[in-house]
Write a protein that binds this ligand. Structure first.
Ligand code: SF4
Ligand code: SF4
Length: 483
């Protein structure tokens, strides 16, 4: 596409010869912009420093949690298992059923408002320190550095013609990337299928085709996202990156270059004082650009591509130390501080976000604590309202379902509360294993001498035998012949 693609037609009948020729409005140099430019590969430089250590400290527990959790047992089952066929989510000591989905919605609201609060306070720390895309990309970059060497070595390797040496390095890197990607995909599927069985089935080639498909899918997704796409996921694919600017205010922490102190930038000898050489503190070494995973220059100001990883702070601080200049030419600061105004930590919007999180957490905690541990449902026989025997007894048939939502097996007793004498016929006492549902056919009988007529409300009750307070009831109806 060219900038002057809408050409002015001087031969057109509507052309007014008195008007200034349109060519005069066209800039002397017309540049061509390719909207589908090829991505320029970013070769990041390794950097050590406070924020890099912090990233390691936040990344490792997350990785360890992700990879280890499905292998840990909680009682007699996997500590975290989203059992979709049984429609049960087991999370540590809790089992969530489809009826508990409202709690999942609350949990998502809490997560969203926590993210809003953190973003309003500290900018994109989620993106820079804990986002899985960032954490996995860091692992892949670490592998790249170990297999192909430093930034300069990698640039040289890519520019060199293909050789056995180059092919072996690339093969090693991609094999390691694929191993990490496979283990990531395998673990992810292990959250939905018992992971020990999955391992056994996988390595004995008996794995369920759907499980194999999803392992392959997540392996390729991880390999593609963390190995190849990297910063492009953040820049073009992540929706959160797009709307989080709405949560920023002038007191939000941002990573910024101190232009007043840094300019005019320029190279100089080590230990030269800035004022002696008539320059600012930026020595224009480009280190902050070389460490940036998205390849931007923070000295150009706050940009949407900046994921807030703070590596440029580490890079610049290392340079400032070598030059014996004060640190924090690039630092966490706020828009207000940059304008010389005081920054406020506690502000209405931030307090509002925290208040919502607090209220939602309290409600969720109460909801979990007050959750019923027995689920009782009653289905009436659809074939007939009632049956009357030759001696005049009236029977109503029901199917009772009792679900045990606790982590242990329990014995339960079924009873009925009705305004007339009704006899329960069927298994009145039974055991339900943890997380199981039992279905019991039950008959309610009214003896002939009661001579009941019409319909009336009854309540079935299921009570735990070892805890009489654990009781639930379910409303139903009993039908007798109309008078
Ligand atoms: S500009 Fe700095 S904080 Fe932003 S992404 Fe680049 S290195 Fe990270
Ligand atoms: S690392 Fe610091 S001194 Fe070097 S170019 Fe970046 S801002 Fe300037």
């Amino acid at each position: 596409m060219t900038a002057n693609s809408q050409q002015y037609d001087s031969q057109h009948p509507s052309h007014d010869p008195d008007r200034i020729p349109v060519e005069e409005f066209v800039p002397a140099e017309v540049s061509e912009i390719d909207l589908y430019q090829k991505r320029e590969k970013i070769y990041t430089r390794k950097i050590e420093g406070f924020f890099q250590r912090l990233r390691t400290l936040t990344g490792w527990p997350l990785l360890a949690g992700y990879f280890l959790l499905p292998w840990l047992q909680w009682g007699d089952r996997q500590s975290v298992l989203f059992d979709l066929p049984a429609r049960q989510f087991h999370i540590l000591g809790f089992t969530f059923w489809p009826q508990d989905l409202t709690m999942l919605a609350w949990l998502l609201i809490i997560a969203a408002f926590t993210l809003f609060a953190v973003t309003n306070f500290a900018g994109r720390v989620w993106c820079g320190f804990t986002c899985p895309q960032t954490v996995w990309t860091s692992i892949f970059m670490w592998i790249e550095q170990k297999t192909e060497g430093s930034r300069n070595q990698r640039i040289k390797l890519d520019a060199a013609p293909w050789s056995t040496h180059k092919a072996l390095k690339k093969l090693l890197k991609h094999s390691m990337w694929l191993s990490v990607a496979f283990y990531t995909g395998f673990t992810f599927v292990g959250y939905f299928t018992p992971i020990k069985e999955l391992s056994f089935d996988f390595f004995t080639f008996n794995v369920n085709p759907w499980a194999a498909f999803w392992i392959g899918f997540f392996t390729l997704a991880t390999y593609g996202n963390a190995g190849w796409l990297r910063e492009q996921v953040c820049m073009y694919m992540c929706p959160y990156a797009r709307f989080q600017a709405a949560m920023f205010d002038p007191d939000t922490l941002i990573i910024s270059y101190d232009r007043k102190r840094g300019e005019k930038r320029g190279s100089r000898k080590r230990n030269d004082k800035s004022e002696d050489v008539g320059l600012g503190d930026c020595i224009d070494c480009q280190l902050c650009v070389q460490v940036c995973p998205t390849g931007i220059d923070i000295r150009d100001g706050l940009q949407y591509q900046c994921i807030g990883c703070a590596l440029c702070i580490d890079a610049c601080n290392s340079v400032m130390s070598k030059m014996n200049y004060p640190k924090n030419l690039i630092s966490y600061t706020t828009e207000n501080a940059l304008d010389g105004k005081p920054s406020k930590i506690l502000r209405p919007r931030l307090l509002g976000y925290f208040l919502v999180v607090l209220v939602m957490c309290s409600l969720l905690g109460y909801r979990i604590a007050a959750r019923e541990t027995i689920e009782l449902s009653v289905l009436r026989d659809r074939q007939s309202l009632y049956m009357q025997s030759q001696i005049g007894d009236i029977d109503n048939h029901y199917t009772i379902k009792v679900a045990n939502k606790t982590q242990q097996a329990h014995h339960y007793k079924l009873s009925v509360d009705a305004p007339h004498d009704l006899t329960l016929i069927g298994s009145v006492e039974f055991q339900v294993l943890s997380g199981e549902v039992v279905e019991i056919p039950i008959t309610l009988r009214s003896a002939a001498e009661q001579e009941l007529h019409g319909a009336f409300e009854i309540h079935f009750m299921a009570q735990r035998l070892d805890d009489s307070d654990d009781i639930v009831s379910h409303k139903s109806r009993f039908f007798a012949p109309v008078e």
